[in-house]
Design a protein. Sequence first.
Lengths: 501, 125
Amino acid sequence: MIEATLTATAKVVEPTIFDLSSPGRVGVSFPEPDVPRTELPKSMLRADLPLPELAEVDVVRHYMHLSKFNYSVDGGYYPLGSCTMKYNPKIDEDTCRLPGFLHTHPLQPIETVQGNLALMYQLQEWLKEISGFSAVTLQPAAGAHGEFTGVLIMRAYHKSRGDVKRTKMLIPDSAHGTNPASSGMIGLQIVQIPSDARGNVDLKALKEHCDDTVVGMMLTNPNTLGLFDENIEEVIKLVHDCGGLMYGDGANLNALLGIVKPGDIGFDVMHFNLHKTFAVPHGGGGPGSGPVGVAAHLADFLPEPLVGILEEGDDETPPLFGFVKPAKSIGRMKAFHGHFGGGHVRAFTYIAMHGPDGLKDISQYAVLNANYLLARLRNTYHVPFDRICMHEFVAEGQFAGSDVRALDIAKRLMDYNFHPPTNYFPLIVHEALMIEPTETENKDTLDAFADALIKIADEAKTKPELLHNAPSTTQFGRMDEVKAARDLVLCCWLPEDYGDQ
Amino acid sequence: MNTPATLKYTKSDEWFDASSGAMGLTDYAQSQLSDIVFVEILVDVGDTVETGSPIASVESVKASAEIYASAGGKVTAVNKDLSNKPETLNSDPYGAGWMVKIEGGQTSDVMDAAAYETYCAGRTH
């Protein structure tokens, strides 16, 4: 077992790149031109352009220093619940940089990008197989964009049937905030459905709201408590019986690969988070990617274009891939075809590398790791909905008779060189600490993390000031979150702000 | 926890003062939200609000929350100072932190102070 130890780091504050600037320094020297110089028109020249002036090595070192302040999944354990911050295999970096993918343009004639289209087609097919849906669009840029796409499809479906009085979206109180936001952007009325004592959707409350004004329900399953809804079939039936559609938020699909197909149990629409489940980087390192899968009755409404087969192939000739438009398409959701290199190629690589059995292993290890941590921590931290969890669980970061809060525990974890778990979400748990280990961590890492949390619980009783003042070993101490939120500086840096620099 | 006996309370943590028609966010709610950093009042003078309809949106460093009308009636005043000083909701939730005043003041499904305190005590696991 690895003993959690505190790390001591020298406190050096890196100057801004403007502070490092010195007039006349340049990064690149150009050779003398072999054509005559042409003066630019005076009207198009600005009087001054206060950009920093540095040599290349100074720029590289500046950003290298800054990058060392960062905590990344390549640098340490990152149990950020609801985010699935799994380690992304480096082979993805190779495949998305293959010249055939890297140097293509979305406006090229389709005959010249058949490999790209074949990859996108196959990814659509794999996502259909994984999820149990009939059709998939790869267009949406990220999860919430996928939600927006899915809800537009739901509305278009009702409208196409002349069913225009449906204006309500049912959303559980354990939902991601993006669910009400996506529905709200479309102008739907949000109705919040409470959870019951076991963390499931409260069936009684759901029944009360199921009527002929319901567009549908947006449900994350497993939900943000990391719990699989024990009444999922009943929930879906209630929504379907009143004519509503069932939206699945695929944020937590990492628990279900090769085990449950959401399409098979009655979901009508779902978005995938390729940047969570399928090893596409996210969290500032994006871009994300949020494909949407739909059941057969919604396939005609998908955004255009989809990748399809224009001419079937045979034993000697491959098929001709191209773009097809669904009959009642809601239109384009994004310029071009989604995040191809950043999202599709990486996800394709990841799925191809693991295969069907490997994908199932991923989910089983993700669930096993979460349950191992839950078992090690439940006697130290109160877990309000304590039953077998899926890929994550939510504990309370508070102790009876102590003024230590979840935020203090999260900050103290940084002193033990761990990224804190998600805190204060979901809102239905007081002082929530939401822990998602993912499948990529070994037992030694999980034990070191559990040891640190248990030690911190002891410190909360014996030396609470260590927690209130944490972190003390990081580059910067406790940030003033209130000031950061109240005194917003929203404007960009304009050249005039730099005067004669 | 401060729970003035003269006020009525909702399950969604708003208070209502029947004598002045004022309503706002309870002390329990502000302590749960912690430092409030943003307030937007969603109704104007002259609007009619129904019990349970949204009157304001608040954000703290921990969470964002909708505030619902604790009584129904016609809006006679809104507290415009709150958007510049959201911290008032933390320091004086029942006084300077009032959000909206109404006339009419039809309430339904509200609790007295003792019932609200019992209700809140049952929510901290």
